[in-house]
Design a protein around this ligand. Structure first.
Ligand code: PLP
Length: 308
């Protein structure tokens, strides 16, 4: 492929239903159930300094999500991995946000208008690295509120299936905006913490790290936090975290693929510590990036694969 053609992908490369295209040319039909009914699942894996992070874990979670929604695209897990490598390779990016979606499609004409009668397909793309927090928020700590809007109950939709049912999370973001905060965390119907728009949440009290056991996604970064706490000998538990515990916490941090470990410095207007990231949160954040730089859970992007 000539350099000029390669440059067409510099702003991002996409794969739509079997075809690779520059990001700006990636389109889906507007009558697709994936769009009209949010009948879709997705996953996002990060590439940092030329390495995918936890690639096999993301692919396994993506497959579990597809199975849960009875979505069956033609691509195998190995093929999906090849597609993701090729997308990053096309862009040449060293750090990228790599998304993979499986959409329901449109029911075949002449058959009942039931999702079972649609041909499912994959969309994936790689674009320059995205973070859900700004550099400023990352350094000073995120200002968070506990939203009045409740998270969709797991009995209605399993939050472990990564999804675009973001009506509640988006409402939380606007609540935060109205209160001069950066972001929000949502509670469940029992008043326990669930998750926020694009992240899991951890609360630290008396040196013990706790995160909700249900009501949110089993995040890959959350899993990494468990591992890092183990390494540092910091007690860490998954259990119900009542709203009041979070409100009174010594420290809070959030975590996600698109941002890593993000300390919180204010909760519902209360300043924690010295209005800066807490000691334990900062230690975990620093170790997270140090371990990443060492190649922890890394799969090198196949930049040198033969040109097609
Ligand atoms: N919770 C929600 C609702 C998310 O959308 C995300 C990531 O996008 C997460 C949690 C964090 O998951 P991960 O660490 O796997 O990125």
């Amino acid at each position: 492929m000539s350099e000029m053609q390669t440059n067409r992908f510099a702003a991002g490369a996409a794969y739509v239903d079997g075809v690779f295209k520059p990001m700006a040319e990636a389109v889906i039909p507007v009558n697709d159930f994936g769009y009209r009914r949010s009948d879709v699942t997705y996953d996002v894996v990060g590439v940092w300094e030329g390495n995918f992070f936890r690639l096999d874990d993301h692919i396994a979670r993506f497959r579990n999500s597809m199975n849960a929604l009875r979505l069956q695209p033609p691509e195998s897990n190995d093929t999906i991995k090849d597609i993701l490598h090729k997308l990053v390779r096309l862009t040449g990016l060293r750090s990228a946000y790599v998304a993979m979606d499986c959409l329901r499609g449109v029911p075949v004409p002449g058959k009942p208008r039931h999702p079972a009668n649609a041909r499912n397909y994959l969309v994936a793309y790689a674009v320059p690295w995205i973070s859900i927090v700004t550099e400023e928020q990352y350094e000073r700590g995120v200002h968070m509120i506990i939203a009045r809007t409740l998270r969709i109950p797991p009995e209605s939709f399993d939050p472990r299936v990564k999804n675009f049912h973001w009506g509640d999370l988006t409402a939380g973001l606007f609540e935060a905006l109205d209160q001069g905060a950066d972001t929000a965390v949502l509670l469940d119907t029992d008043g326990n913490v669930t998750e926020g728009p694009g992240f899991n949440v951890f609360s630290i009290t008396d040196g013990v790290v706790a995160t909700p056991i249900r009501g949110g996604l089993d995040g890959m970064t959350r899993q990494s936090v468990f591992e890092l706490c183990g390494e540092l000998g910091i007690p860490c538990v998954a259990r119900a975290v009542p709203a009041e515990e979070l409100r009174q916490a010594d420290e809070i941090f959030t975590c996600t693929t698109a941002g890593g470990i993000m300390p919180v410095s204010r909760i519902d207007g209360r300043i924690m510590g010295n209005d800066r990231p807490g000691v334990i949160s900062s230690k975990l954040k620093d170790l997270f990036w140090a371990r990443r730089a060492e190649g922890w859970h890394a799969t090198p992007v196949n930049y040198d694969a033969p040109v097609e």
